[in-house]
Design a protein around this ligand. Structure first.
Ligand SMILES: [Zn+2]
Length: 234
C-alpha cells in the first residue's frame, strides 16, 4: 500500500520534477506547483467582488452582457504566470491547465458560484494549432473547472469555421468582424437555456471571447460568464 508513494518519493529524489511556475524542484506532497508559488501567485480574487466593481467586467461594457468576468491570475511578463502559460501552451504540459482549473474551480465553488453555471464551454482552437499542440489549452482548463464546479463540460459546443487572417494592420472594427465570422455553435441543443461559462487561457482585449459569447447568446444561452487562467493589461 505504501510502496507506491515510497517509489514516487524515491523517483522524485533522483529525478525531481520542477515546479511548473518557478522551475524549482518539487518536494513530497507538492503537485505541479511548489508551496511558495501556491502562496504567492498573483491571484485576482475578482470573484469575491460584486460584478459592478470587477475591473475586468469593464472590458465588455457596451459590447455585450457578461454575467461574471473572472480570471484566476494576473499576467505579468517574465513572471511565474508567464512561465505557467508557456508550459501549458508550448511545452506539452496539459496537466497545468487541468490543475489550475481545479484550483480555481474549487475557489469559485467555495464562493458559492458553482450552481450558477449550467455548462462549461472552451474557446475552440483552430484544427491546425490543435494538431500541432495535441490538445486545446482552454479545454483542459475547462475540464478542471467543470470537475471542481460539478458542472457539465461541452468541449465541442463551439467550433471555428475558418482560419483567422492576420490581425495586424486592421482597425478594431475590422478585427472584430474578422473574429466574429470565425465561430459557430456546433451543439445548439446543449447551449439553449443554459448559463454558459466560457473559458480561455488569457483575457487581453476580449475580442475572441466577445465573438464566442455573441454566438452563444444568439444560440439561446440564457447568460454568458467568462473565466480565464490569466488576464493581461491591454
Ligand atoms: Zn514554484
Amino acid at each position: 500500500m505504501i510502496l507506491r508513494p515510497l517509489l514516487a518519493d524515491l523517483a522524485a529524489l533522483f529525478f525531481p520534477r520542477p515546479c511548473l511556475a518557478c522551475r524549482e524542484p518539487l518536494v513530497a506532497g507538492e503537485a505541479h506547483l511548489c508551496t511558495s508559488c501556491r502562496a504567492e501567485l498573483p491571484y485576482t480574487d475578482y470573484h469575491l467582488l460584486p460584478p459592478s466593481q470587477n475591473p475586468l467586467a469593464r472590458r465588455f461594457w457596451g459590447r455585450l452582457p457578461v454575467r461574471h468576468t473572472l480570471s484566476y491570475l494576473r499576467f505579468l511578463r517574465h513572471g511565474r504566470v508567464q512561465q505557467l502559460l508557456h508550459q501549458l501552451k508550448y511545452k506539452g504540459q496539459s496537466q497545468v491547465g487541468r490543475a489550475l482549473g481545479q484550483l480555481y474551480g474549487a475557489e469559485l465553488a467555495e464562493a458559492g458560484l458553482g450552481p450558477e453555471f449550467g455548462l462549461v464551454v472552451p474557446v475552440p482552437l483552430h484544427r491546425r494549432k490543435l494538431a500541432r499542440r495535441g490538445y486545446n489549452q482552454a479545454e483542459v482548463f475547462g475540464q478542471g473547472l467543470a470537475s471542481a464546479l460539478a458542472c457539465p463540460h461541452a468541449p465541442h459546443a463551439l467550433r471555428r469555421t475558418e482560419h483567422t487572417a492576420s490581425q495586424t494592420r486592421k482597425s478594431r472594427t475590422e478585427r472584430w468582424q474578422n473574429v466574429a465570422a470565425v465561430f459557430e455553435v456546433a451543439e445548439p441543443a446543449a447551449i439553449a437555456g443554459r448559463h454558459v461559462l466560457l473559458v480561455d487561457d488569457v483575457l487581453t482585449t476580449g475580442a475572441t471571447l466577445e465573438a464566442c459569447a455573441a454566438v452563444l447568446l444568439a444560440a439561446g444561452a440564457s447568460a454568458v460568464s467568462i473565466a480565464t487562467i490569466a488576464c493581461a493589461d491591454h
